[in-house]
Design a protein around this ligand. Structure first.
Ligand code: SAH
Length: 213
């Protein structure tokens, strides 16, 4: 579990790549510049950890591409102390970014193997989420709602209603919507029944799965 000068140098280059691709939020860039992404991946992928690419993790899932993590994090407009729900903990990398941005993070994962692994690993390297939950993200997390924002890190065939319902007024839902490919979609809750919708480009995620393995 080493973080070497080489890793730090590669992270600097990664941050420069993200800036070149249009990421501007300084806190997000700083978080990506400081989190040892290589520790979130299986050792055979160590050399690839700082390329701007998604990579396989356990249970046939992927750690999201750094650009995607940065793009989604930026859209959340995180303020310190924000209560944020993440659907799809996966490796915990996005969770760590949100923790570093000062958010209180609640994160749900439906793959038991990944849940167990990340539940152990994240606190071990110093990122402490408020709650990591093994469960189905389609339902959101009613018992801890409402949230300042909700981020979905898997491709959703449709927007689950509970997620919209569990946003505070003024809250933001960032969700990639679509089957084969997804459109990054931002919903801002303007009132009890009013939502503003923005579509923000094409992405490709592993699917948000419901009631099957
Ligand atoms: N943020 C993660 C992304 C992992 S990929 C990272 O950067 O590592 C998406 C994750 O969503 C996978 O771990 C997958 O198991 C999980 N997932 C899929 N459907 C889900 C659901 N219904 N509820 C919770 N998690 C789900």
């Amino acid at each position: 579990m080493k973080d070497t000068f080489k890793h730090k140098g590669l992270r600097k280059q990664l941050v420069a790549t993200l800036v070149a691709k249009g990421i501007t939020n300084a806190a997000v860039l700083e978080a990506i510049g400081s989190i040892p992404r290589h520790l979130f991946m299986d050792s055979s992928f160590l050399d690839h950890a700082y390329q701007d690419k998604a990579f396989p993790i356990a249970a046939s899932q992927t750690i999201s591409q750094p650009y995607t993590v940065a793009f989604q994090s930026e859209l959340l407009e995180v303020k310190a102390g924000d209560k944020i729900l993440e659907i799809g903990t996966g490796s915990g990398y996005q969770t760590a970014v949100l923790c570093l941005l000062g958010a209180h993070v609640y994160s749900i994962e439906r793959q038991l193997e990944l849940f167990k692994k990340t539940n152990k690993f994240l606190p071990k390297i110093g990122y402490v989420a408020k709650r990591l939950i093994f469960g189905d993200g389609y339902k959101g997390l009613e018992e801890d709602a409402p949230f300042d924002s909700i981020i979905v890190t898997a491709g959703a065939p449709f927007v689950p209603k509970p997620l919209l319902a569990q946003l505070k007024i003024g809250g933001r839902l960032v969700i990639p919507v679509g089957d084969e490919a997804q459109i990054m979609t931002l919903y801002i809750r303007k009132g009890p029944k009013e939502f503003e919708k923005h579509e923000l480009g094409n992405f490709k995620f592993v699917p948000l799965l419901e009631n099957k393995n």
